[in-house]
Design a protein around this ligand. Structure first.
Ligand code: IPM
Ligand code: MN
Length: 367
């Protein structure tokens, strides 16, 4: 624990406090040994609308007064087409030196599926051990009158995403393709534990496990047992279980039943698109890829893709990217600034990409 002091702040920007204690490593603490340290952020604008929405997110973060020092990384499908670079070990090692990574979107129609997804996004998630994918959903679902407020905790380093399996006799009538799902006790338990720790801090204190234990009996059994054992350590947190197909109905018909959901990588991927759809649209859906052990930087990205069809038109809603940056600030122990961003996004400004970014930045800055 570092004893750190605040000074050199402009009144009204960060408030004035005598001192604070930072429980985090130097790498995630803005104020260290009495010096104002900017959070070092790696920016990967990426492809399509990624750079446009990331620029607005950075603008809004700066408007909070939180000091950030950004470094651009030119990565994504366009970079790959130019010189073949996807994410070399050298670049990955450079990324390890940052406090956080803010990513816009990657992927371009000219690159076959899987290359950038596996080589860049999943490589970061796996190699930086970003084992929690946290996706909050606040909104009023179609046909409802009161807002829901729940968070999906998606396991982010295992399941069908690891690429276990292969293909034999490709292109013949005898072709065989297998794609396994890897579930380790360690990986499942740490994700479930994160969900319970999060729920314990929330008002409703409730975690729902979503899986398909009636069919995926091997993986489902491991998940259910790990869930039950962790749940026993959190007697103050209520629990439920839903099959993933039933959860799809509840997301639409009864989203209020949820507080925190914990689920595997692929179920979480699919469910969170549905979560976005019932919470105001994917243009608002934020996402944090977290390394809660803080052995390296965490990565923050909107859930949406690169939308190449609207690039440069000003139609992209930067709110998901801005809310992802708010999640980044939370993780960097700047949650007061994160709260201000969420409140400003709640006013739902309209207009072009830049109009929306400017409106949110102005509210955040108190102008
Ligand atoms: C997401 C995306 C990614 C995923 C893709 C682009 C690899 O859909 O972040 O939800 O499947 O995780
Ligand atoms: Mn997805």
């Amino acid at each position: 624990m570092f004893k750190v002091g605040y000074f050199g702040l402009e009144p009204g920007i960060c408030g004035v406090r005598e001192e604070m204690f930072c429980h985090e490593e130097k790498a995630t603490c803005a104020f260290y040994d009495g010096l104002l340290m900017a959070h070092r952020i790696a920016l990967i604008g990426g492809d399509g609308i990624g750079p446009e929405v990331t620029a607005e997110a950075v603008k809004v973060v700066r408007a909070t007064g939180v000091a950030i020092d950004t470094t651009d990384f030119d990565l994504g499908g366009m970079r790959y087409l130019r010189d073949g670079e996807i994410l070399s070990d050298d670049v990955l090692n450079q990324l390890r030196g940052f406090d956080a990574i803010l990513l816009g979107a990657v992927g371009t129609p000219d690159v076959p599926p899987g290359i950038i997804e596996r080589g860049l996004l999943l490589k970061m998630r796996f190699d930086l051990d970003l084992y929690v994918n946290q996706r909050p959903f606040v909104g009023t679902a179609p046909g409802h009158v009161t807002p829901h407020d729940f968070i999906v905790i998606r396991e982010n380093t295992e399941g069908p995403y690891v690429g276990e399996g292969g293909v034999l006799r490709r292109g013949t009538p005898y072709e065989i393709a297998t794609q396994g799902s890897v579930n380790t006790r360690h990986g499942v338990e740490r994700c479930i534990r994160y969900a319970f720790e999060l729920a314990a801090k929330r008002e409703r204190k409730h975690v729902t496990l979503v899986h398909k234990t009636n069919v995926l009996t091997f993986a489902g059994d491991l998940w259910q047992r790990a869930f039950n054992e962790v749940a026993a350590q959190f007697p103050q947190v209520g629990t439920a279980y839903n099959h993933v197909d039933a959860a799809c109905i509840y997301f639409v018909e009864d989203p209020h039943r949820y507080d925190v959901i914990v689920t595997d990588n692929l179920f979480g991927d699919i469910l969170t698109d549905l979560g976005g759809a019932v919470s105001g649209g994917i243009g608002l859906a934020s996402s944090a890829n977290l390394n809660p052990a803080r052995t390296g930087p965490s990565m923050f990205e909107p859930s949406h893709g690169s939308a190449p069809d609207i690039v440069g038109t000003g139609k992209a809603n930067p709110t998901a990217a801005i809310l992802s940056a708010a999640l980044m600030l939370d993780f960097l122990n700047e949650s007061a600034a994160g709260d201000r961003i969420r409140a400003a996004c709640g006013t739902a400004p309209t207009g072009s990409t830049v109009d929306i970014g400017n409106a949110i930045a102005a509210i955040v800055a108190g102008k």
